[in-house]
Design a protein around this ligand. Structure first.
Ligand code: ATP
Ligand code: FE2
Length: 342
């Protein structure tokens, strides 16, 4: 039986990652990560990295796929991250995707990176209609499907939670990425230091919290500050996720994005879900951070539901919002079922 097979390329930020997936699984995946010599990410240098390694990554991917019996002739479409992300990185990856699609004479599918995180999570866990907490370096959003779109119920008003951790870590003299180090220090805390808890409506803000945490280092131990930073930021995220659950009437939470590796965040979400009788799902770590498989998989869902991207409409969008995408691959009656169940 032949199954739809898609090659997808992710490259919105650090990770250049390409994968081939079919309906049942990931056939092959190759990732090459840009590591800046010092400090944070430089968009142009990351883009140069992606340009330098794109052909090697694709070659290695095709070799790996071949070992699993999949050849270029089996590929039905090329998917790529159209946004959101860093402009120079997005453009480099889009160029590679266009060239591949044209040379293989197959359709191109531009996908939204945030929705790719959601769909791969649904694919790789038993979750089917979740409220999603997507927390990464650059992004922090609470989303859920409703009437043909993934709606953003709450989001950061300034920086993503991961970047807030990384910024604080840099100020504290810790190496990048800061998130895992903050998690380690937090385990040895003795006391909670009050820090600004900023939830406005359904949105949250992390920039002031990161600055306040840096300032608190003058009067408290790094362990206590890391602990307090985590507790405050995660409580904000869990509060908004819980309100989105209550508002939508859904009964599942799915965690996505690199910050989802944090065990304390998982524990807090788990407790909240338990209290509400909701199920909590976390995919395997390889599907949480940015990965090519999620782009290929969303490309597969889009292609199978008749959505492709003409080359002349394949420009990238660094601010591409998930709620701008018409969700053609979800059966709309999911809303009716939910309403009927209430
Ligand atoms: P995106 O383009 O989706 O924003 P990204 O490359 O910025 O992607 P991810 O790879 O999804 O982000 O996640 C990286 C972020 O996750 C970094 O900010 C890092 O500090 C944070 N992070 C990783 N592990 C942990 C952890 N255990 N606890 C908290 N934060 C973590
Ligand atoms: Fe991401």
């Amino acid at each position: 039986m032949s199954s739809t097979t898609i090659l997808g390329i992710e490259g919105t930020a650090w990770n250049l990652s390409a994968a081939i997936v079919n309906e049942s699984d990931v056939v092959a995946e190759v990732t090459h990560t840009y590591r800046p010599p010092t400090g944070g990410i430089h968009p142009r240098e990351a883009a140069q990295h992606h340009a330098r390694y794109a052909s090697q990554v694709i070659r290695d991917l095709l070799d790996e796929a071949k070992q699993h019996g999949v050849t270029t002739g089996d590929i039905d479409a090329i998917a790529f991250s159209q946004g959101p992300g860093l402009g120079p990185c997005l453009r480099t990856v889009a160029t590679a995707a266009r060239m591949l699609a044209l040379s293989l004479n197959i359709p191109l599918v531009g996908v939204n990176h945030c929705i790719a995180h959601i769909e791969v999570g649904k694919w790789k866990t038993p979750s089917s209609d979740p409220v999603v907490l997507y927390v990464s370096g650059a992004n922090s959003q609470v989303l859920a499907y409703r009437m043909g779109k993934y709606r953003v119920f709450g989001e950061t008003l300034d920086i993503g939670i991961g970047n807030a951790f990384d910024k604080f870590a840099r100020n504290a003299g810790l190496t990048h990425p800061g998130g895992p180090k903050i998690e380690e220090y937090a385990k040895n805390a003795t006391e909670y230091i009050p820090l600004p808890y900023v939830v406005k409506g359904m949105d949250f803000s992390f920039s002031g919290l990161s600055t306040a945490a840096t300032d608190a280092l003058k009067r408290a131990s790094i362990e206590d500050v890391c602990y307090s930073f985590q507790e405050t930021a995660f409580a904000m995220l869990v509060e908004v996720t819980e309100r989105a659950l209550a508002h939508t009437g859904k009964n599942e939470v799915l965690l996505a994005g690199g910050v989802g590796a944090n065990m304390r965040l998982r524990e807090m979400l788990d407790i909240m879900c338990d209290d509400r009788g909701a199920s909590f799902y976390v995919p395997e770590k390889r599907f949480m951070g940015d990965n090519g498989a999620m782009i290929a998989y969303l490309g597969l869902l889009m292609l199978e539901s008749g959505t492709v991207t003409d080359i002349d409409r394949s420009h990238v969008n660094p601010n591409f919002r998930p709620d701008d995408v018409d969700v053609t691959w979800i059966d709309g009656t999911i809303d009716e079922k939910l309403e009927g169940g209430n």
